[in-house]
Design a protein around this ligand. Structure first.
Ligand SMILES: [Zn+2]
Length: 314
């Protein structure tokens, strides 16, 4: 039977009414905190001269190029990080997001004098918005992290108890997942959920390696799995959730034709999916806008989107 939220989602999608879709509870479980606000908010905070992101970006190198040439120079201290984290929560709340898993890179710790100050900042922001949102801080790391920093930054962050999940991102051609295996095992032993970016631009081999070596619970993107029945079965058997970001895939060129986005085939295969923002600042599309986008592209029906929505609230 349809509940009130399902009905509101149906109305919102059919009437293309974004306010109604925002009124339905949902999760954003693939988001990166430094880029979790709208561009205009960041631009205003940074003084008004930040270059706007392009609507078409050339893959991860293009994205890194934009971030490192236009944004990072403004994020230089703990006050900057506190602002980014808080604005990410505020933006998610405005979008009707009730569960937010957003990654905070472990290098952020270096901008704080004391590690306790870093962890305290995250906790106090979460506590401030506790009534509005279930904020689950995610520990992020890029593949260019040094061996020294894996021990110096990652371990205290895992030990802090602040982070609920861990995620690895960066150049997909670097498939040295073995390097992170022991850290992932340690994170698991401390109760963190395991995620990894895989299969965004590359095929099922990348996804399969990430699953078999890191034994992850969820994959950020994972759309490359669609090229192998075996890997899709593996994902399904292990009940691995794929956290997909349609606008990100299109803007970065991972998917050329949205009407043929692999999410549909993965969903039809019975794999649990969610739909998320990735980098709101760059792709300018909240979760509600993403739902409407894929609905209008004919990828998913109202009922399917409601199932995807419920997956995101687990
Ligand atoms: Zn991502």
């Amino acid at each position: 039977m349809k509940d009130l939220e399902w009905e509101l989602l149906e109305e919102g999608l059919k009437e293309e009414d974004i306010v109604k879709i925002r009124g339905v509870s949902k999760g954003d479980v693939h988001s990166h905190c430094g880029l979790g606000m709208r561009f205009f908010t960041f631009n205003e905070w940074a003084g008004g001269n930040v270059k706007k992101p392009s609507m078409r970006i050339n893959g991860l190198p293009g994205l890194d190029n934009y971030i490192f040439n236009n944004l990072v120079q403004y994020i230089t201290n703990k006050e900057g990080w506190a602002f980014l984290i808080e604005e990410t929560l505020k933006e998610a709340i405005k979008d009707g997001v009730k569960v937010l898993e957003t990654s905070i890179d472990c290098h952020t710790l270096l901008d704080f004098t004391e590690s306790s100050e870093f962890f305290g900042t995250i906790l106090s922001i979460g506590n401030h918005y506790l009534k509005d949102i279930d904020f689950r801080p995610e520990l992020g790391m890029a593949k260019d992290i040094t061996n020294e920093n894996l021990d110096k930054l990652l371990i205290p962050c895992i030990d802090s108890g602040v982070f609920k999940s861990i995620d690895l991102y960066g150049d997909e051609t670097k498939e040295d997942f073995e390097r992170y295996k022991d850290y992932y095992k340690y994170a698991k032993s401390k109760g963190l959920k395991l995620k990894v970016h895989a299969g965004e631009f590359h095929d099922h081999h990348n996804v399969q390696k990430a699953i078999e070596i890191l034994e992850v619970d969820e994959i950020q993107h994972g759309i490359g799995a669609v090229s192998s029945e075996y890997v899709m079965d593996l994902i399904k058997e292990r009940k691995i959730r794929l956290n997909i970001c349609p606008s990100s895939n299109f803007v970065l060129g991972a998917v050329k034709d949205m009407t043929k986005h692999p999410a549909k085939k993965l969903f039809d295969k019975g794999i649990p999916l969610t739909i998320n923002t990735d980098d709101l600042l760059v792709f300018n599309s909240g979760v509600s806008e993403e739902y409407l986008y894929v609905y209008k592209q004919g990828l998913f029906s109202v009922d399917e989107l409601n199932e995807i929505r419920k997956n995101s609230l687990l």
